[in-house]
Design a protein. Sequence first.
Length: 338
Amino acid sequence: MLSKIIVHKVGNKINQENLFLSEEELQIDEDMKELLTDYFLNAFKSEEQFQFYSDSYLSLNPIYSSVAEIFEDKDKFRFESENIAKHLYEISENPRVQGGEMFVVYFEGGITEEGDQIDSIGIFKTENKNPFLKILPKDENYEIEKDYGISLAKLDKGCLIYNTDKESGFAISVVDNNKNGDQYYWFEDFLKVKQRDDEYFHTQETLSVFKDFIIKQLPQEFEVNKPDQADFLTKSINFFKEKETFDYDEFTKEVLKDETVIESFSNFKSDYEQEMQVSISEEFPINQTAVKKNQRYFKSIIKLDKNFSIYVHGDRKMIQQGQDENGKFYMLYFEEEK
């Protein structure tokens, strides 16, 4: 339930636009609360979550510090919302970043998947103004006017901070649908967040590192062709779709099988973790939302010049490769034509 809301106008400092701070919270009726709640919260579709971090002490992250103060004492809501707006104004260093209205909202009593109640704080920024028409009665006729306003179809930028896991940087949902040519502005410069170390993260990262290994590293070390790569990709995504939990030994034995290839993948994974400064667990519950999101990158397609594309969905033994006087060819075996 939306219980507190305030709006500030945050321009682009580098473009010499101004910062306007509201002196009071907005007072809105129940219908407007319901409308705004749907507008703000429906923007968060993904289960991917983030957390605040700092290069030194977590308390030195300005947004973390402000929301922690509000969760501790709601009477500080307006004061800390001003600090949030000032921080957003100060970090605008790209002239392409658009100014706009920044809403800070306090939601009470949200329900978690476990059935617990939890408060949350939303920070939302609207940047794009869309034209709309107003039809107004005049005498015995109507007149039409053009105006500009905020579309309720899509939120430009937002984050929802849940009052849980404070010690590790809270749990946060983030969306940025209008990057203005600056992909770091909202996630990194303003919020300073990183992905949470949860089952979604481990599922996504394991799929990512395995795909990179099959496509980039495997052909350099072993004699594999495109059907072999397609087979590895198909087996891996099927493993994630069929299993409830991931076990590294089980996965490598079922998908990679060969001990030399398994060792190569282990080394590749270690190098990846070191380079990306992440630690990917070797045992975790599989998040099917992350599997579904990443499945599109595991399409096993063999593209032949500009003439044909072969989609490999199943048994690798049903496709064979060869060459004759006419050139290279693939031979496909099947039981039924549909």
